[in-house]
Structures are given as C-alpha cells and as structure tokens.
Design a protein around this ligand. Structure first.
Ligand code: BTN
Length: 318
C-alpha cells in the first residue's frame, strides 16, 4: 500500500491532502500517515503542510524496485526486481534464483557488494550507492556455445543506454568492456547454467562506475562522473539500461545476431588495431580483424594466419 500512496503522490505535482489519499485509496487517515512514515524511513523526503497535505520533495538515491520499475515500460526485463543494500555478489543471488526457476528478466540490484567479481578471477570494486551493480537472468533457447551473443548484446545495450541518457559516446573493448576516454567505465560478467545442448539460464552481471570519484577508481578505470564532470541519476541510468537490454534482446531472438553484431562492430575499440590477448594462458599477438557470427574475435597473426579467439582478455592495444 505504501507503493500506492507513493504513486498517488507522484501523479500530482503539488500537495495532496491526507483526506484525498485516504478517500481515493480506501484507507484510513492514520493508515495514510503510517505509509508516509514508512516512505520517509526509506529515504523519501515528504513535506507535510497543515491544510494542504503531502508533497514529495526528493526521492532517495537508491535503486529501489519501486523507483526503477516506475514508468519502466518493459515486458520482460525487470518485471521482477530484487533489491539489497549489501550482498557478497548479485551473481550469487541471481544464480540461486535461476536454479529456483525465477523467470527470464528477473533482476537483482545491490547498493554495494563485498565480493563483487569480474572476469578472469578479478574483483569488481563496488562502493555503496556510487555505482550500478546488478545481475539479470535470461532463458534464451540457444546452444551453450551461443552464449557470447548474449554477452555482446548486453555490451551494446549498455553503450546505447549511456549514450542516450548522458550523450557520452563510449566504445566496446572485446568482448564486453565499456570504455570512455581509453579507460574502463563498465564491465559485464556472464555465468551459464547449461546442459550439453541447451542453455538453462544465463546470469549476466553488469557493473557501471557512475558517481565514483577518481580517488576511488583503479588507474585503468573511469566513471561517468569523471567523464562528464557531473553526477548522473543512477535510477534513470538503470532504467535506460534495462529498456535497452530488452530492446536488443528481443531483436536478438527475433532477427538473429547480425544486427547486434553490426552495432557492436560500429562501437568497437579494437578492430583494425594491433593487439595482444591473453587466452587460456596463451598470449596471442596480431591485428584485431573482425568478430564473427559466433561472437569470436578473429586475429590476423603476423604469419597471415587468422586465429579465432573465443574467450580472453585484451591486454595491450596499439
Ligand atoms: C569485468 O569487467 O570483469 C566484469 C565486471 C562485472 C561486475 C558486475 S557488478 C554486478 C555483478 N556482480 C558481480 O559480482 N559482478 C557483476
């Protein structure tokens, strides 16, 4: 019911009397007061003026499900949202939910993570209320080896959402690092639960450095605040990212991988450049030539041989 009171207050620009809320929602005046107190305790600043009523002054800077889902307008992604103040990692909770049969599009947000993890055994620094840290579950009817398509789709979606909301143009470093000014702004981690010939679910984790100040960032990292010299609403960005994932995911299922791949290539940070990749303890050097329809990177070695790299880490770019 607190959500209904919140939505009712949101609908209006000015003050709404307790009497009107009570009448419209069919609850007592004291129940209205109780819900307002509950919202205030959650961080909403609500002004109360005698004879005028209540008005929302500020909403909390938290990725609360009520805020993220307000006017989200998606059909799949974010239909179910879980929210935690602190978690070890959103990956753990989402994986558990996946095993328990939680539907496709389920999202798990945390304001901070104590064991945020990145690719290749790295950790993901997750300071409280400064970034966006979430995992979401997809259940595509794909073969396990097609999982990279979904990861690249997520990278394209995040790049598009950042551009749309902030105007900042970002690039993608294979396979899915989002880069701004040559530094890493966002990372994506994919975990798979699959049988030999079928994906049961994919758990995709997204970390975005939003309002993280320079002194808290690793030297190879950046944040939106650093790039734009202003703070960005995490709620607005989270909503834009979920909408963008939905649009690209539905397109991936309907039209196949090619349109996503084209967008990915257009935003590529490495194609045409000389790179060095670490892949399964092997170092591969050459020119990043293309990405194929499996999402694999094609590297042209100095011998002319084209090597197909399915997973790895670009460690040097020239
Ligand atoms: C990388 O670039 O190495 C991937 C980083 C992924 C970080 C996100 S934050 C939310 C989710 N939970 C985690 O523990 N990791 C991912």
């Amino acid at each position: 019911m607190a959500k209904q009171v919140l939505d009712f207050l949101r609908m209006r620009d000015g003050f709404v009397s307790g009497e009107e809320i009570s009448r419209e929602l069919g609850i007592s005046r004291s129940a209205v007061w109780k819900h307002i107190a509950h919202l205030r305790a959650g961080g909403y600043v609500i002004e109360a003026v005698p004879h005028l009523g209540y008005k929302i002054i500020t909403i909390p800077d938290k990725l609360l499900p009520d805020e993220v889902s307000y006017n989200l307008n998606t059909k799949v992604i974010g239909k179910k949202i879980f929210y935690y103040d602190t978690l070890t990692s959103t990956m753990d909770v989402a994986f558990d939910l996946g095993l328990k049969g939680s539907p496709e599009g389920t999202v798990v947000f945390a304001e901070s993570q104590t064991k945020g993890r990145g690719r290749m055994g790295r950790s993901w620094f997750s300071p409280k209320n400064k970034g966006i840290y979430f995992s979401f579950i997809l259940r595509p009817e794909f073969l396990p080896q097609e999982a990279p398509k979904v990861t690249l789709m997520a990278a394209v979606s995040i790049a598009e959402a950042i551009k749309k909301l902030t105007g900042l143009s970002v690039l993608i470093k294979w396979p899915n690092d989002i880069m701004a000014g040559g530094k890493k702004l966002s990372g994506i981690l994919t975990e798979l639960n699959a049988e030999a010939d079928k994906i049961k679910f994919i758990n995709i984790g997204v970390g975005v450095n939003v309002n993280v100040s320079k002194s808290f960032l690793p030297k190879e990292g950046t944040s939106l605040k650093e790039e734009l010299k202003r703070e960005v609403s995490r709620i607005d960005l989270a909503k834009e990212i979920l909408r963008s994932i939905e649009e690209n995911y539905l397109s991936l299922k309907k039209d196949g991988f090619k349109p996503i791949l084209e967008k990915w290539k257009a935003a590529s940070f490495i194609l045409g450049r000389r790179i060095e990749i670490r892949s399964h303890d092997k170092i591969i050097q050459g020119e990043a030539q293309d990405i194929d329809l499996d999402g694999a990177l094609l590297v042209r070695r100095d011998t002319g041989f084209i090597e197909k790299v399915l997973s790895g880490d670009v460690i040097n770019i020239r």
